[in-house]
Each structure stands twice: as C-alpha cells, then as structure tokens.
Design a protein around this ligand. Structure first.
Ligand code: SF4
Length: 79
C-alpha cells in the first residue's frame, strides 16, 4: 500500500510520541491534530488494512479502530 501520503500528515510537525499516548487525555490531544489532517482518511484506512494495533491513526484510538474492524467484518458477513 502506498505510504507517500504520510509526508503530508499533520503529525509530520509533531513529535511521534504525541500519537502514542499513554492516557485518554493524550488520545484527545492527538485526535485534535488528526481532525484537521489532509490525509486523515488515507491514514485510517492504512491502519485498518494493516491491523496497526498501537497509537492514534486517522483520528481513531486503538479501541475505536478495533470497533471499526468489528463493524466492517459484521457488514461483510451480512452481505
Ligand atoms: S490522521 Fe493523524 S496520525 Fe494520520 S497522518 Fe494525519 S495527523 Fe498523522
């Protein structure tokens, strides 16, 4: 999967650890940065397809991405 979009992410201007928070407050801070990111959709799709387990990607926490994967899997089996 193409990853050239990563260079255009808002996170390119922040320390990497910002996106690997240790608590909910940190998650919210990362999500605020992701909220205005021009490549948010690509980032989220990358994380979902590659089953990235850690960090905030595409504005979604680890827990939120697990939920999205479950919903996608449910939708697939419903078809
Ligand atoms: S959505 Fe967030 S983690 Fe993804 S590229 Fe943008 S700023 Fe970085």
């Amino acid at each position: 999967m193409d990853t050239t979009w990563m260079a255009d992410g808002n996170c390119a201007h922040h320390p990497p650890e910002t996106f690997f928070p240790s608590d909910g407050v940190g998650v919210i801070e990362a999500q605020k940065i992701c909220a205005t990111c021009p490549v948010q959709a690509l980032c989220l799709e990358y994380a979902l397809r590659n089953r990235v387990e850690h960090g905030v990607w595409g504005g979604h926490s680890e827990r939120s991405r697990r939920r999205l994967v479950r919903e996608r899997n449910k939708a697939k089996t419903a078809v």
